[in-house]
Design a protein around this ligand. Structure first.
Ligand code: 3PG
Length: 394
């Protein structure tokens, strides 16, 4: 971005790809966590101050290539305007008449937000020509392109991969910071290096577990995915979340892990997946057949916290339990607090864990970095070449 600002952007149209994919309340469409909007402010403010005509584009959710009101970016435009302290001009479509007139009407230092990129089939198309045609329309709105959508850099989508081939392109402040921080983890992290993984599915995390096992000193596993590992150890998991087809893979990982993988020794098990369900702490090797684990237990929190206290580098991805329900939030809170008590270099990755930090009202500044990337930060740690970053590297 500094290169672009150095050239001077006053009066120039700059197209910024942001990741404004924020969670919305299903009933009210209110934004429940604006972390991703805040994260892009340094880039947008710098462009505004430099007098650029800023055209912002983003996806929200996973609409199917056609307009769908529940995925409209309109509420995001309002919030972005509040945070920037100036109204954001909202275009009712992405590359249509409304977008064209909104962009043409921009004065220097003003910001426009286009409607959801994924209302257009071309954005996510696997067909190069279809994606390219959409990228042509989008690129016409800018004289330069800034990628600040770290959360989407792992997607080979038109706005991420094809537009930078059509315009002078730079990384925004957020993308740069994310890459700087995450590359410390893939480089030579200071040891002991402790990784905490949670979330619901082993299958989503398998590649990152494989990639991390050789480099980490300890891999602590909680969240819904721990039950497939507990099953692989031969334990009964009741009606807990289970990926039957992954049990063998987990057994194999445990055998190869040289004792690095730590699993829960106790869990909070409930009668039902409900905030007011009856629940108890039970041993992880004896979950009653009619109960399901919804959080890690206090003894596990203590054991994980002890491992965390030894660490010099920590990466945490995925909640330890159903933290949205207060009865099952203690595990996630306990692990987050343990991380904040260390002097280790700590990185939180993944939308859910970042949202947990904010919704449990923990101090974000106690962590060295809270990544805006979910899949993107995991794929980065897997060592994959990410299309959005590759597109910026001439
Ligand atoms: C995310 O939420 O991880 C990013 O916004 C990417 O969204 P996607 O998984 O729908 O591509």
């Amino acid at each position: 971005l500094d290169d672009l600002l150095g050239e001077g952007v006053s009066g120039r149209r700059v197209l910024v790809r942001a990741d404004l994919n924020v969670p919305l309340d299903k009933q009210t469409a209110e934004i429940t966590d604006d972390g991703r909007i805040r994260a892009v402010l340094p880039t947008l403010s710098a462009l505004v101050q430099a007098g650029a005509k800023v055209v912002v584009c983003s996806h929200l959710g996973r609409p199917k290539g056609a307009p769908d009101p529940q995925f409209s970016l309109r509420p995001v435009a309002g919030r972005l305007g509040e945070l920037l302290g100036a109204p954001v001009h909202f275009a009712e479509d992405t590359v249509g008449e409304s977008a064209r007139s909104t962009v043409e009407g921009l004065a220097d230092g003003q910001v426009a937000l286009l409607e959801n990129l994924r209302f257009n089939k071309g954005e996510t198309s696997k067909d190069d020509a279809e994606r390219g045609a959409f990228a042509d329309q989008l690129a016409a709105f800018g004289e330069a392109y800034v990628d600040d959508a770290f959360g989407a850099v792992h997607r080979k989508h038109a706005s991420v991969y094809d537009v930078p081939a059509r315009l002078p392109h730079v990384a925004g402040r957020l993308v740069l910071r994310e890459v700087e921080v995450l590359s410390k983890l893939t480089g030579a992290p200071e040891r002991p290096y402790v990784v905490v993984l949670g979330g619901s599915k082993v299958s989503d995390k398998l590649a990152v577990i494989e990639a991390l096992l050789p480099t980490v000193d300890r891999l602590l596993i909680g969240g819904g995915m721990c039950f497939t590992f507990l099953k692989a150890q031969g334990h009964e998991v009741g009606t807990s979340l289970l990926e039957e087809e992954m049990v063998e893979t987990c057994r194999n990982l445990l055998e190869r892990s040289e004792g690095k993988i730590m699993l829960p020794v106790d869990v909070v098990a409930a009668d039902a997946f409900a905030p007011d369900a009856a629940h108890d702490t039970v041993r992880a090797d004896g979950i009653p057949s009619h109960r399901l684990g919804l959080d890690i237990g206090p003894e596990t929190v203590a054991g994980f916290a002890a491992a965390i206290s030894q660490a010099k580098t920590i990466f945490w991805n995925g909640p330890m339990g159903v933290f949205e329900m207060p009865a099952f939030a203690a595990g996630t809170r306990g692990i987050a607090e343990a991380i904040t008590k260390t002097d280790a270099f700590s990185v939180v990755g993944g939308g859910d864990s970042a949202a947990a930090v904010r919704s449990l009202r923990l101090d974000e500044t106690d962590f060295d970095h809270i990544s805006t990337g979910g899949g993107a930060s995991l794929e980065y740690l897997e060592g994959k070449k990410l299309p959005g970053i590759a597109a910026l590297e001439d």
